[in-house]
Design a protein around this ligand. Structure first.
Ligand code: PRX
Length: 650
């Protein structure tokens, strides 16, 4: 493994902020030994209305971390206003529309005017500091305006990915008690229309909580507007001034809530704060993507997920960068779409997910080679483990062996990247996220003994031993859940839910989730959520969901269902279709099961616990090495499941 090392590229090292591995090691040590000094230095990149009193004030017992306490700032001011004197005419956002070849450049000055108008609209609808606003849109500039408008007046945004169903949206609106929902009449994605407003209508039906629905206009399609509740955003904006004062926010005041899935229960609303998050997003964006003024940065994620929050909006804009907002998909209208955008706009950094790269690699090199791509310097990846062969393809074909590949590991909870190479500094190994970022102390815990494993050449559960400014502070409305989920499995450590290997060189290799969370095309989905959607169908008595290897998605969704007796002789095909639809309705199309296995039994221990290990093996068509099955209440079930699997999914 150690032989497969890609040395740093001299032309990238030339302008990197960190000049060598020695300097990285020295600064890394300093960041751990003296975090107050280190994070105090990084906070200087942000404009504070009022200085903070302490860098970190923490109570590990209570899982209470406070960064830059006493400091006052505003994220919208930092992302927009402070750039205006020098960079007012610089493009802040390049909106890449769904239809190829249509680009709209929005300068920092225009961004300010638009954000201020939307902020005034929100104020006019009674939104005040601390109120929550749900944003349910696809990738249009109004989404950026809406987020920054919330930040400007101190409202807390809760962006819900535009692919979620009405039911999922409703749960999130209720959980955060959102007063206003912002959406669009329709979205456009890959040539298809997304009926956003219709979904919102279903989500908020009969809900007195939501006082206003503000509707951006993306297409010409008319939608039903309920008088006294629904308002066209453009009409509302026309009535507003293009200036709006930035609220003075405390460093620890919430900036946003973002929901993510876990092993159990409903998705959790992770809460991120204004000061620490912004410092971390800006600093990581600058170093990891080697941002220099004038660079064009293209993060192809959706803003509905954390990657879009940190590396389309807050990180790049805080740094005064030009950020690309991409409405479409990597395959629309053909697999050359990324590379065409890169040539058209002169993109310097591309940041995408392994699932997209796998689909593109499968489409063949010719789509890539059709374009020059000579502006590219850095190729980033995030969201799931990247297969070494896909890493090499990214490096060799997409980057012509000229670009640095940065495999960045992080999570919704972490706010920004925690394990990553630094371009021009860290030698890379395909498939490894390499080394910790500054201030980050990864620990590998032995899952059997719950003790940290020292030294190299070890694997176990990935935990973090030290706080960092970008970390989520709590689960919205449920601090106990935050503590229980992340800080109780291995007391004294933050548990990530991921498995990891630290190799003989101290490099980290993320092996994937070791809890009941699936990573499907880089989307995080709890098996419990899918199971509860399935059992809500009258035909289903019991359901157990596991992942299995999938060529494009990374992990596919495999559902075992036990039927109620009335349904056992019905039309199986029809039922499978209905169950898939059931999950789409409960969560969204991206969570639709790949395989529904109508099972005659589940492998349960005598105490009734399902042995998921066996289910995973069968789903992956691995029939050997089932391990100890002696505690199963009904050992025959294993062979039956194998036979059914072979029959139903040969
Ligand atoms: O399993 C890890 C995987 O994605 C999970 C976090 O998902 P989410 O909160 O949706 O955030 C995704 C974008 C930051 C992690 O627990 N993951 C993320 N990045 C990587 C990764 N797995 C392997 N390598 C990565 N670079």
């Amino acid at each position: 493994m150690s032989q497969d090392i890609y040395p740093v590229k001299p032309h990238i090292a030339e302008r990197a902020y960190i000049r060598s591995m020695d300097e990285y090691q020295r600064l890394y040590r300093l960041s751990l030994d003296n975090p107050d000094w280190f994070w105090g230095e990084q906070a200087k990149a942000i404009t504070w209305f009022h200085p903070y009193q302490s860098v970190l004030d923490s109570d590990y017992e209570e899982v209470d971390f406070s960064w830059y306490s006493g400091g006052r700032l505003n994220a919208s001011f930092n992302c927009i206003d402070r750039h205006l004197p020098d960079l007012g005419e610089r493009t802040a956002i390049i909106w890449v529309e769904d239809e190829p070849g249509v680009y709209r450049h929005i300068t920092y000055r225009e961004l300010k005017h638009n954000v201020a108008r939307v902020a005034n609209v929100l104020l006019n609808h009674g939104v005040r500091k601390g109120d929550r606003v749900c944003i349910y849109m696809t990738m249009i500039p109004d989404l950026a305006y809406a987020m920054l408008a919330c930040a400007r007046i101190g409202a807390v945004h809760s962006v819900v990915f535009g692919g979620f169903s009405a039911e999922a949206l409703r749960d999130r609106i209720i959980d955060a008690k959102c007063k206003v929902v912002m959406t669009a009449n329709e979205g456009l994605r890959g040539g298809k229309k997304v009926p956003l407003k219709k979904t919102v209508d279903r989500a908020v039906e009969g809900m007195s909580l939501v006082e206003a629905v503000l509707v951006a206009r993306r297409t010409d399609t008319d939608v039903e507007m309920r008088a006294g509740r629904d308002y066209w955003l453009d009409e509302e904006c026309h009535r507003q001034r293009s200036t709006c004062t930035n609220a003075w926010m405390g460093a620890e005041d919430p900036l946003f809530i973002l929901y993510t899935s876990g092993s159990t229960g409903k998705p959790k609303g992770l809460m991120h704060t204004t000061g620490g998050y912004l410092v971390y997003a800006a600093f990581t964006h600058r170093l990891i993507f080697d941002y220099h003024p004038g660079d064009i940065f293209f993060c192809a994620a959706d803003i509905g997920w954390v990657t879009g929050h940190s590396y389309i909006i807050y990180g790049p804009l805080a740094n005064g960068a030009t950020t690309v907002l991409f409405e479409s998909t990597p395959l629309y209208p053909d697999p050359g779409r990324y590379w065409r955008i890169i040539d058209d706009l002169g993109v310097n950094v591309l940041y995408t997910a392994p699932t997209a790269l796998r689909a593109l690699a499968q489409a063949g090199d010719s789509w890539v080679k059709k374009y020059r791509r000579d502006s590219l310097r850095i190729l980033g990846t995030v969201g799931e483990p990247i297969n070494p062969e896909v890493w090499r393809w990214y490096h060799d074909v997409c980057g012509d062996k000229r670009c640095a590949v940065v495999d960045t590991w992080w999570q919704t909870e972490t706010g920004g990247v925690l394990i990553t190479p630094l371009p021009g500094v860290t030698p890379t190994k395909p498939g490894s996220a390499t080394l910790p970022f500054f201030g980050v102390k990864p620990v590998v815990i032995d899952v059997n003994t719950s003790k940290p494993l020292d030294g190299n050449g070890v694997s176990g559960a990935l935990c973090l031993a030290s706080p960092w400014p970008g970390q989520a502070r709590t689960v919205w409305g449920d601090h106990k859940r935050f503590r229980d989920t992340y800080f109780s499995t291995y007391p004294g450590y933050y548990f990530t839910g991921d498995g990891v290997k630290r190799d003989e060189d101290g490099y980290y290799w993320i092996t994937g989730r070791i809890d009941d969370v699936l990573n499907v095309s880089g989307h995080r989905i709890g098996t419990a959520e899918i199971e509860s959607a399935l059992v809500a169908h009258e035909a289903v008595a019991e359901a157990a969901v596991v992942g299995y290897p999938h060529d494009i998605k990374g992990t596919g969704i495999y559902c075992y269902v036990l039927l109620n007796s009335d349904y056992q002789n019905g039309d199986a095909e029809q039922l499978v279709g209905a169950l898939k639809q059931q999950v789409r309705n409960a969560i969204g199309a991206f969570a639709a099961p790949d395989i529904i296995h109508i099972a005659s039994g589940l492998p349960k221990t005598r105490s009734g616990k399902i042995m998921r290990r066996i289910l995973r093996k069968v789903a992956s068509s691995e029939y050997e090495g089932m391990g100890d099955t002696s505690t199963l209440a009904e050992p025959d079930v294993v062979q039956r499941l194998i036979d059914e699997h072979k029959l139903q999914h040969p």
